[in-house]
Design a protein around this ligand. Structure first.
Ligand code: HEC
Ligand code: HEC
Length: 292
């Protein structure tokens, strides 16, 4: 999810929590005068359910994101998830008390305040973090002094961890660019995902991208027919059907990307093809088209 949407959702979440709590306190305060109470109660109930719906939505995105991460969760993320999970029993107790134990209703304001506090802290660590760090983005380039800290393996790991959040890594490996163009692209990506990709990450990723591209171009010169792609196709794409099935198909690089991704899903094995092997297969299959 885009950080801006996440921030808006988070702000909406606190706002609804705040208004719901306010209505509840109003209702409790008017315990003796019944005037206008039922209207407030329905408004409170509607907002309460809206709050639960928003919470479920945010929880869904959060779990999806945490499950997709390939690295250890940061302390901030663990704290965030723990807080969110703690809200579930609180909300459950709140709804149960209202529906089943009306004589305990004097405990409700306390529960309401607790839920609001949790929501506030929860959103504070998302929205607050993004808003405070929004201006942290600094346009970054590679310089000679960086060569001491640059590390290809680290760059690869950072790229695998950070660049597949919004699109597949295939998209990254498919692109061939000059150093200047890569600097522009990677900075644009870092800005889109600010502040998750730091200047340090950016340098490492840039270094890795340039090195692996060089290596691949070198391989292309040694291997103009893309023997690597050919041999991968004959080894890996014959596990379930014969090669006629593959060679019969005429597709563009884009279509081959979709097909190869589908084959990976069918194969359902994490080590079946890594991103570089996919890129070799796709370029072999789509360029074979152009040759014929
Ligand atoms: C916050 C989401 C997000 C993250 C994280 C992200 N990208 Fe992107 N990327 C996009 C979007 C959206 C597009 C398509 C629109 C565009 O090109 O601006 C794109 C397009 C691209 C393209 C194709 C367009 C071009 O200019 O060649 C490349 C290459 C790319 N991303 C590389 C990367 C790299 C490298 C990283 C990691 C440093 C990365 N992306 C991380 C959102 C993201
Ligand atoms: C785990 C088994 C498996 C592996 C491995 C596999 N395929 Fe397939 N392939 C299938 C099945 C099943 C179908 C038919 C169903 C379908 O099209 O989704 C198919 C159909 C196809 C088709 C015809 C349908 C279309 O979209 O044009 C092509 C082309 C193809 N495979 C290419 C490949 C390539 C290229 C590879 C190697 C990267 C590969 N397959 C590896 C199982 C596999």
């Amino acid at each position: 999810m885009h950080p801006l949407i996440a921030s808006v959702l988070a702000l909406l979440f606190v706002l609804v929590a705040g208004i719901t709590l306010f209505l509840m306190l109003e209702i409790t305060g008017r315990i003796r005068d019944n005037g206008g109470k039922s209207g407030l109660i329905s408004a409170h109930r509607i907002l309460g359910y809206l709050f639960i719906a928003l919470f479920a939505l945010i929880l869904f995105f959060m779990i999806e994101k945490a499950a997709g991460l390939q690295q250890e969760l940061s302390a901030r993320a663990v704290f965030h998830i723990a807080l969110a999970l703690a809200l579930i029993p609180l909300l459950l107790v709140k709804v149960l008390v209202v529906r089943r134990l009306p004589h305990c209703s004097e405990k409700l304001p306390l529960l309401g305040i607790t839920i609001f506090t949790f929501s506030f802290v929860l959103s504070g660590i998302t929205a607050g973090y993004y808003i405070l760090h929004r201006s942290d983005f600094v346009y970054t380039t590679l310089s000679v002094q960086d060569s001491d800290v640059l590390d290809i393996e680290l760059g690869k790991a950072l790229m695998t961890g950070k660049c597949n959040k919004c699109h597949s890594l295939e998209r990254v490996y498919r692109a061939y660019k000059s150093e200047d163009d890569w600097v522009v692209t990677v900075n644009r990506m870092a800005q889109l995902d600010s502040p998750n990709i730091t200047g340090f990450d950016l340098k490492q990723v840039l270094n890795y991208l340039l090195k692996q591209q060089e290596e691949r171009q070198g391989r292309r010169q040694v291997d103009p027919e893309n023997e690597m792609g050919r041999s991968l196709v004959s080894r890996k794409c014959t596990l379930c059907h014969n090669l006629d099935r593959v060679f019969e198909a005429k597709k563009s690089a884009k279509e081959w990307t979709v097909t190869v991704e589908r084959m990976i899903v069918i194969m359902d094995e994490p080590d079946f093809l890594d991103e570089e092997e996919q890129a070799d297969i796709i370029s072999f299959l789509s360029e074979r088209e152009n040759v014929e």
